[in-house]
Write a protein that binds this ligand. Structure first.
Ligand code: ZN
Length: 86
């Protein structure tokens, strides 16, 4: 196994292995082009591409007074559908 970055570059390899752990303690090969640990790089990519958590947002809307009665009637009708009285 190639142990220095220069040797790996000369041999046209993409990774090399020093035998020393990275700053986060991974005993893993490093990339020739960046010197970054392969495991650190993978973990970094995973966190970057992780899908966003769904968020609860609070919005403020203003309802014209003339519509409030109709909305209340719709809400009451909806509640009646969801919870039928026994
Ligand atoms: Zn690492």
């Amino acid at each position: 196994m190639i142990s220095t970055r220069k040797d790996a570059r000369d041999a046209k390899l993409t990774t090399y292995f020093t035998g020393k752990p990275c700053k986060r303690g991974h005993d893993a090969p490093r990339y020739v082009n960046s010197g970054n640990c392969v495991v650190c790089n993978k973990l970094s990519n995973q966190s970057y591409y992780k899908p966003l958590e769904p968020k609860t947002v609070r919005i403020k809307i203003t309802i014209p007074h003339k519509h409030i009665r109709a909305i209340k009637a719709l809400a009451a009708a909806f509640c009646a559908l969801e919870k039928p009285t026994p």
